[in-house]
Write a protein that binds this ligand. Structure first.
Ligand code: FAD
Ligand code: AMP
Length: 485
């Protein structure tokens, strides 16, 4: 007799493993299938996020940040160092150990919650059946009341730069360099390109970032994007906007890239090249022809607001469906779907999904940008406040950047927050909570913020929306309240 479950989840990344755990917690018999095999040849759960995404990239970002602090910032604190050495294999090994601990942690959570872990590949058949093939090639058919597709995404490859063994790599290869490349090219000035470019630039690579678009970080509020470009350039990243890569040629240990910019055709040679031109939904081999699931024109599994597909009892979440490709968005969709399968009325507020770029300083945002509001013809007020005027930021020599809060001109309800500065991701989360409760800028202004903390910059920016910032002086001359109607 074939196995039967209330829920089968295909894909064990942050969307799938969280959905599976929540389903089990709600009393549903649940299996989670994942085909990922790690460097040691072992089947693991955790998906892109834990294996080759959020976590390993942040591990290397932190190691490289510490190196940069020792070599450039310690002296400002009166600490002198000599003979600072860098051990790249040790950094990579530390990163690998964190990945191992976290993926083992998912296996432990599955056990603790009674989720059946199935290592291998899942294929959705008609009638809520799933064909499961384990790593030894043995296939069985599983029946489910509900199936959750959480198969995630993979890096986009472009014809001009086919990947090679170790010269032209994608984001996964860029987490595995065993030494610092002298000349490093990055194609794509998106989130992943800037983070990985930063890692290797901090460790000493000469980094050139080639970006096809004429604008920089077009999805980010442009005041923040402008500041980011200035600061990243100061750190040594050579960011070339309007530079579309059209070809590449590998010669021995180097690669010569051809790109087209406003001047014409250009050539540049690197020791390593990271292709970071985006990610695409992954559905290869996933759906039988009669599964009933439909796709949208961009190859994402088509779902409604509640992540329900066109096929009854089949749901899809995370990078494989519309919306931002972010781990926390995938996880929250997983929780929503689990709750809905269990009969609860869960929903997700897609208007308040934060997004963070882990450069230094960090860039974080939630809600709408000033450009979006302008395009929609909305009336709004803006409050901005710089970290340069904050005592804690000064004490920590972390004074770059600012907080920008935008509120509705009539109701004062917060519409967006855009931050570049120390721990911007954590600071932005404060505004996320406020927005989720429908807070006005005045509400934040009336709250008590601990002193000295960098969160006081959030407080002052909220006060500045209504022209009431306390510590506003010459620092803020170009960063004051504005009213746009
Ligand atoms: P995934 O994590 O991609 O997991 C999908 C899983 O499905 C995989 O394990 C795969 O093996 C499995 N699978 C696919 N098909 C099948 C099948 N047929 N059968 C069985 N298993 C299958 N996001 C953030 O929010 N913050 C960050 O800081 C961040 N940093 C990133 C850095 C990098 C370098 C990269 C590449 C991504 C980063 N992301 C970040 C994005 C984040 O990793 C993804 O948004 C997230 O992993 C998506 O989760 P998911 O569960 O939808 O899919
Ligand atoms: P993201 O999707 O945020 O990871 O960003 C990927 C970036 O890569 C986008 O800003 C694209 O404009 C950029 N990009 C895509 N193709 C090319 C190319 N051939 N040359 C240079 N940049 C590219």
């Amino acid at each position: 007799m074939s196995k039967q479950f209330d829920v089968v989840v295909i894909g064990g990344g942050p969307g799938g493993y969280v959905a599976a755990i929540r389903c089990a917690q709600l009393g549903l018999s649940t299996a989670c299938i994942d085909k990922w095999v790690n460097k040691e040849g072992k089947g693991v759960f955790g998906g892109t996020c834990l294996n080759v995404g959020c976590i390993p990239s942040k591990a290397l970002l932190d190691s490289s940040h510490k190196y940069k602090e020792v070599t450039e910032k310690f002296a400002l604190h009166g600490i002198t160092t000599s003979d600072v050495n860098m051990d790249v294999p040790a950094m990579v090994q530390r990163k690998d150990q964190i990945v191992k601990n976290l993926t083992m942690g998912v296996a432990t959570l599955f056990k603790a919650n009674g989720v059946t872990a199935l290592e291998g590949t899942g294929k959705l058949l008609a009638g809520r059946k799933v064909e499961f093939t384990n790593h030894a090639g043995v296939t069985e058919t599983i029946e489910a009341e509900n199936v959750i597709i959480a198969t995630g995404s993979v890096p986009v490859e472009i014809p001009p730069t086919p990947l090679t063994d170790n010269i032209i790599v994608d984001s996964t290869g860029a987490l595995e360099f065993t030494e610092v490349p002298k000349r490093l090219g990055v194609i794509g000035a998106g989130v992943i390109g800037l983070e990985l470019g930063s890692v290797w630039s901090r460790l000493g690579s000469e980094v050139v970032v080639l970006e096809a678009q004429d604008s920089f970080l077009s999805m980010v509020d442009q005041a923040v994007a402008k500041e980011a470009k200035k600061l990243l350039t100061k750190q040594g990243l050579d960011i070339r906007i309007g530079a579309r890569v059209t070809g590449s040629e590998v010669n021995g240990d180097e690669v010569t890239v051809t790109y087209q910019d406003a001047v014409g055709e250009q050539k540049i040679t690197f020791d390593k090249l990271i292709v970071a031109v985006g990610r695409r939904p992954f559905t290869e081999g996933l759906l039988a022809g009669d599964s009933g699931v439909t796709m949208d024109e961009r190859g994402f599994v088509f779902v409604n607001h509640y992540c329900s597909t066109d096929a009854p009892g089949i749901w899809a979440i995370g990078d494989v469906v519309r919306g931002p490709m972010l781990a926390h968005k995938a996880s929250e969709e997983g929780v929503m779907v689990a709750e809905r399968i269990a009969g609860h009325k869960a929903q997700l507020n897609y208007d308040v999904v934060p997004s963070v770029i882990y450069t230094s300083p960090e860039i974080a945002s939630v809600g709408r940008t000033e450009e979006q509001l302008k395009a929609d013809g909305e009336s709004y007020n803006v409050g901005m406040f710089p970290f340069a005027a904050n005592g804690r930021a000064m004490a920590c020599t972390d004074t770059e950047g600012f907080v920008k809060i935008i509120a509705d001109a009539e109701t004062d309800r917060i519409l967006g927050a855009h931050i570049i500065g120390p721990n911007a991701g954590d600071l932005c989360q404060q505004v996320v909570i406020a927005m989720e409760f429908g807070s006005s800028a005045e509400d934040i202004g009336m709250m008590v913020f601990a002193h000295p903390t960098t969160s006081e910059v959030v407080h002052e920016a909220a006060l500045a929306v209504n022209n009431a910032a306390i510590r506003s002086e010459e620092h803020t001359s170009e960063l004051q309240s504005r009213k746009i109607s």
